[in-house]
Design a protein around this ligand. Structure first.
Ligand SMILES: O=P(O)(O)OC[C@H]1O[C@H](O)[C@H](O)[C@@H](O)[C@@H]1O
Length: 538
């Protein structure tokens, strides 16, 4: 059981409220000027991570109250509960053990009194063997040719994690070309099919439940297309599946040997560490996949053992609570200064918004404080030329995580220097802004002066990592996973269910019947008109 405390009833919350009134207008520029040690005080150095959170609208007092809040909501107990396999996903009656997937073989993780490491390692070994056979070309397609292409068919957690990681690690990629099919929009699958040769393509169907409409429809469409060139027997050589639902997978016609199991104690959006990451392993090789897991495991140890004041996920979560619940900030940006992390914000959107987008507390009561933040972002420097205007001069306060890597993977120092200068300059600009006096001093015509002033005082975290590698990426992803968990604990919500995605699915299946049969359902007049409009078009 998780601790159960309404955060707004804690002493620290009250103190934070009073403290907020006192510091809300303080400019960070003045805080830096007043304390030469500020940057050092608010920096955590851990392994190859350098996390500078000094450019936040906080003082030591703020951090003190936030840390007290973590204690008052019994965060330590909650962490222990999660790692020991308690049923902390109470609404679905499940443990939450994605951390076990990346733990060493001799670690102890139990679910319902049963050791889970042997099963985890059996699947890992299967992933390793399969990866090696496909990558080396030992395993062949139905006409005896080695595989050249891999198609991941899945959606949500069965797509976003693998797709983001494969993209992020493309520098480490082997010769296999990977594709991702997720959307029910038939144009998605058809555009992918156009690029494929059935003789040399391997299909990985990923679905925890194996009931997801999108995934099954896409898998069936691909199977039909495949069977135009191959016969039924060839399915066993070209289709593999990742799922908890073995019966359904077999029903689809997949060979029992080609099933990579997962478990209900792995949430979809936390599943890339399981066999859901098979496409990652195929794309970059098992060793790199394993390094990704090892990196995550190091972050798990840091999270579990480090004191909260130097615990990266805890501090980041507390800062986010400070803005969300006291500054009433609605959204946070994630800006990676690496094109490789192009899909990172999209990936985090599911993790963060599906987990913490809740309005009922752990007692089932409606909440009267803000929970889940809205996450968005794009890589720098592209985003500088797109939405940075609003971050610098708009009316909304948008705290941002700036993620950067010291070393360029291709060793192009000229580009890396220019990239890094932007990376550093943006957080400096957001901190300091530009005063009227500075604008005047630049000789700006008087009428234009107000438009060129930057208020500054915009908070950022700088997450600076030596180099993008499978291991550092694993650490980074796990860092955000734990941040999500901490925030869920503070907000007293259940972060591991996602009932909010169900209603739309139910209604869609009813509406679908109306297209194909004479069934009619009661709709509001807007929906009815739109439905009629479509019926005329189809
Ligand atoms: O892996 P699957 O069972 O196909 O689920 C795919 C996705 O769909 C669901 O609707 C949930 O919102 C996601 O959390 C999940 O990752």
């Amino acid at each position: 059981m998780l601790p159960n405390t309404n955060p707004t009833t804690t002493k620290s919350w009250k103190k934070l409220q009073e403290h907020f009134e006192a510091v809300k207008d303080v400019h960070m520029k003045d805080l830096f000027a007043a304390d030469a040690e500020r940057a050092n005080k608010f920096t955590i150095k851990w392994e190859d991570f350098y996390v500078d959170f000094s450019k936040n609208r906080i003082t030591e007092e703020t951090l003190g109250y936030l840390l007290q809040l973590a204690d008052e909501v019994k965060l330590k107990d909650a962490i222990k509960s999660q790692f020991s396999g308690d049923i902390i996903n109470q609404t679905e009656g499940r443990a939450v053990l994605h951390t076990a997937l990346r733990a060493p073989k001799n670690a102890e993780f139990k679910v319902d009194g049963e050791e889970v490491m042997p099963e985890i390692y059996a699947v890992k070994e299967k992933i390793e063997r399969f990866t090696n056979d496909v990558v080396s070309g030992t395993l062949k397609g139905y006409t005896g040719k080695a595989f050249t292409d891999v198609v991941n068919i899945g959606i949500g957690g069965s797509d976003l994690g693998p797709a983001m990681v494969v993209d992020a690690l493309q520098f480490y990629k082997n010769h296999l070309t990977t594709h991702f099919v997720s959307n029910i929009d038939g144009d998605h699958v058809n555009e992918v099919i156009k690029k494929l040769d059935p003789e040399t393509t391997l299909f990985v169907i990923v679905s925890k439940t194996f009931t997801t409409q999108e995934t099954l429809s896409n898998a069936n469409t691909i199977k039909e297309w495949f069977l135009k060139s191959a016969n039924e027997d060839a399915i066993a050589e070209h289709f593999v599946a990742v799922s908890t639902n073995i019966e359904k997978v077999q029903g689809f016609g997949i060979d029992a040997n080609n099933i990579f199991p997962m478990w209900d104690w792995v949430g979809g959006r936390f599943s890339l560490w399981s066999a859901v990451g098979l496409t990652i392993s195929l794309a970059v090789g098992y060793e790199h996949f394993d390094s990704l897991l090892k990196g995550a495991n190091k972050m798990d140890d840091h999270f579990k053992n480090e004191d909260f004041d130097s615990n990266i996920p805890v501090v980041l979560a507390l800062l986010s609570v400070w803005y969300n619940n006291f500054f009433n900030v609605e959204s946070e940006a994630v800006i990676p200064y690496s094109q490789y992390l192009n899909q990172f914000a999209t990936y985090l959107q599911q993790g963060i918004m599906e987990s913490n987008g809740k309005s009922v507390d752990r007692n089932g009561n409606p909440i009267d404080y803000q929970t889940g933040t809205i996450i968005w972002g794009e890589p720098g420097t592209n985003s500088q030329h797109a939405f940075f205007q609003l971050i610098h001069q708009g009316t909304k306060l948008i705290p941002a995580d700036f993620i950067g890597f010291g070393k360029s993977l291709h060793g192009n120092q000229d580009h890396q220097d220019k990239l890094t200068s932007n990376f550093l300059a943006q957080t400096e600009a957001l901190l300091n802004g530009k005063t009227e006096a500075e604008v005047v001093a630049e000789g700006t015509p008087e009428a234009i002066i107000p438009f060129k002033i930057f208020s500054g005082n915009k908070p950022t975290n700088t997450i600076y990592i030596n180099k993008l590698s499978p291991e550092s990426l694993g650490k980074l992803i796990a860092m955000y996973e734990h941040k999500i968990f901490v925030q869920g604990i503070i907000w007293n919500i259940f972060s591991y269910d996602q009932f909010g995605v169900e209603l739309g699915k139910q209604l869609a299946s009813k509406i679908l019947q109306e297209f194909n049969t004479s069934a009619t359902n009661e709709h509001d007049s807007s929906t009815q008109n739109l439905l009629d409009f479509y019926k005329k078009l189809r």
